[in-house]
Design a protein around this ligand. Structure first.
Ligand code: HEM
Length: 476
């Protein structure tokens, strides 16, 4: 491939290469900056690793949608994938192939546009509890948002209600996520860069971590699944995805293992991402009082002030829905999406893209490709300029193509319930005599660094409404 023309990029670095600088360190800022020098396609290489960063919406679409055949596989993670065995069982890491297809089918069965309607009440109830939590201890809002996101996923997946963050299912799941968060960060373990290290004996610290990680993941996966089985045998299992799965009566010996994993992956994929979006929303509201006011007026006008909004109201609330879109654009929760890997050599736009190249869709760059990107402006989705349309965030913040996020409809409903619920009941204000400087975590799923703000009920009637709505919640 000597005379092949690779996309432009910085020179290879001798030892670990420029790969290490890429993931998990907020590298989306750097790479978006590098566009000025290298353009929309940036090629990084070193130590035999090849990475292509794609910086614009149309190119990502060309590769992931039109050339899906070559761009739907995932990178190999030596630690998380191979050693912790997640490439055998966790949909986001499965190689593109028959097992992935089975997972995708089951996931779709669980959370397609029709079945998710069954969970709307659950989502609205969790939003109601969230409001009650915010009323009681507004200063803990980040913790409340995190718990609300976890509650929705646990209820939908298993029908389990988590009383608080000490709930054992939440604790197990969060422990697993910590392990995974580290293991998914290429470069966190040297073995990801130098695969031969995986043959080191089991007493070496990282091998021990692998074993502990595997145990945690097994607990996180088996316990809630067995809980649903038990509840079903007693005839008292509430509606849940796992119950639906078990009711299929599939006797394929692989089915239990597969179903168990399809279910447990949802917590990891669905909780932190939903939390990230709702925390970014609070931050945006504290910084943009006029946007907040307009959304509140819209909700008051359409819904009235005598009841809490429902997910069904959302279609009548275009401005508030544009606030959600703008939240996802302003700071996309997964700025680098989940990388892909090419399975064959390819030529794109005159450039050679070799087989086994890790392809990172730079969603951060897409988010900055609008006018005044730092400005939080929901109107950009309402006053549509037809000669220069901007892509709707729901078409890219969830990824694109065959592996686009299967949880996006469920996630969007959660956000509708949380955002309309909060706006209808509370004013979100910056802390007194302090400025908020927005800062975000540089992690794979990115959300605001802890910040202070005041969350106050809009009136006494609203406070009362929060209490009366709580009486309708069934599962507490
Ligand atoms: C705001 C919330 C969410 C965001 C921003 C988000 C974002 C993403 C992104 C960017 C991907 C990678 C897609 C690609 O490769 O093109 C993804 C994959 C995935 N998401 Fe989500 N997600 C969210 C919520 C959820 C929820 C609630 C669930 C399930 C309950 C979920 C389940 C999954 C799964 C299973 C995958 C892997 C798909 C595959 O590899 O085939 N996500 N998500």
């Amino acid at each position: 491939a000597k005379n092949k023309k690779y996309p432009p990029g910085p020179p290879a670095k001798p030892i670990i290469g420029n790969i290490l600088k890429v993931p998990g360190s907020g590298a989306w800022y750097t790479l978006t900056d590098w566009m000025k020098t290298y353009g929309d396609l940036i090629f990084l290489h070193g130590l035999g690793n090849k990475v292509l960063v794609v910086n614009n919406f149309d190119f990502i679409n060309d590769l992931f949608e039109k050339r899906w055949n070559n761009y739907s596989d995932r990178p190999k993670f030596t630690v998380a994938g191979e050693l912790m065995e997640l490439e055998r069982c966790a949909s986001p890491l499965l190689p593109y192939g028959p097992e992935w297809r089975e997972h995708r089918k089951l996931t779709h069965l669980a959370i397609n546009t029709r079945t998710i309607q069954n969970y709307q009440v659950v989502q609205e109830d969790v939003a109601a509890i969230l409001n009650s939590d915010l009323l009681r201890s507004p200063e803990l809002f980040l913790q409340h948002l995190q718990l609300a996101a976890g509650r929705i996923v646990l209820l939908v997946t298993y029908g389990i209600f988590a009383e608080d963050i000490h709930n054992s299912y939440i604790v197990n799941a969060e422990e697993s996520m910590k392990t995974l968060g580290k293991a998914m960060n290429p470069g966190a373990y040297l073995a990801d860069l130098i695969p031969i290290l995986k043959y080191l004996p089991s007493w070496v610290p990282f091998q021990k971590e692998v074993q502990e990680g595997k145990d945690k993941l097994r607990r996180h996966t088996e316990l809630p699944y067995l809980h649903v089985k038990k509840m079903m045998s007693e005839g008292i299992a509430p509606l849940s995805f796992t119950k639906d799965l078990l009711s299929l009566g599939n006797t394929d010996p692989e089915f239990d293992y597969r179903g168990m994993w399809v279910a447990s992956v949802m917590y990891g994929a669905g909780t932190e991402t939903t939390f990230a979006t709702s925390a970014t929303f609070i931050l945006a509201m504290a910084l943009n009082p006029e946007v907040q006011k307009r959304a509140q007026v819209e909700i008051d006008t359409v819904v009235g002030t005598g009841r809490t909004p429902t997910i069904a109201d959302a279609s009548e609330l275009p401005y508030t829905m544009a606030v959600i879109k703008e939240t996802m654009r302003w700071h996309p929760p997964v700025p680098f999406s989940v990388p892909r890997r090419t399975t064959q050599d390819d030529i794109f736009n005159g450039y050679f893209i070799p087989k086994d190249t890790v392809v990172i869709p730079n969603l951060w760059a897409v988010s900055r490709s609008v006018e005044n990107p730092e400005q939080f402006n929901p109107d950009r989705y309402l006053n549509k300029d037809m000669s220069n349309p901007i892509p709707d965030p729901s078409e890219w913040v969830f990824g694109m193509g065959r592996r686009m996020c299967p949880g996006r409809y469920l996630a969007q409903n959660s956000l509708k319930a949380i955002v309309t619920g909060i706006l209808s009941a509370f004013d979100i204000l910056p802390p007194e005599n302090e400025f908020i400087v927005p800062k975000f975590k540089p992690t794979h799923i990115s959300y605001p660094e802890p910040f202070k703000c005041r969350i106050r009920p809009r009136s006494q009637e609203k406070e009362q409404l929060i209490e009366t709505r709580m009486l309708e919640v069934k599962f507490t």
